[in-house]
Write a protein that binds this ligand. Structure first.
Ligand code: FES
Length: 113
């Protein structure tokens, strides 16, 4: 897990394993929030680390996710999500979706848009 302190900069692309995920903690005036960053080559997608079922974090330990074949599984009660779209594929919140956030990769850095 990577902590972020500089506005807009989340982490280095290399901090995220290719085909894997990590979490970053983002400071904000409202107290901050956690993001899931999923990497596919040079592309990164970001979702709030908050499950639409019961609002729990999806990681089983900070920055450690159950992710296989582009399916992300919530560690709390097992809801499964498409890692590309964030759509819930099965489990207690089927049909819901993770909340995405736009990010970009620039000079090897992952940044909020
Ligand atoms: S909080 Fe994620 S499945 Fe219940």
């Amino acid at each position: 897990m990577v902590e972020t302190t500089t506005a807009g900069r989340l982490c280095r692309l290399d901090d995220i394993p290719d085909g894997g995920a990590t979490a970053v903690e983002v400071d904000s005036p409202s107290g901050g929030f956690s993001l899931i960053l999923l990497r596919d080559g040079e592309a990164v997608r970001a979702f709030h680390n908050e499950c639409p079922h019961a609002g729990r974090r999806l990681d089983w330990a900070p920055g450690k996710f159950l992710l296989k074949d582009r399916v992300l599984v919530c560690a709390a009660h097992g809801a499964s999500f498409d890692a590309g779209s964030g759509a819930c594929l099965g489990g207690p919140c089927r049909g819901a979706c993770l909340a995405g956030l736009p990010v970009r990769v620039e000079d090897g850095e992952v940044k909020l848009r």
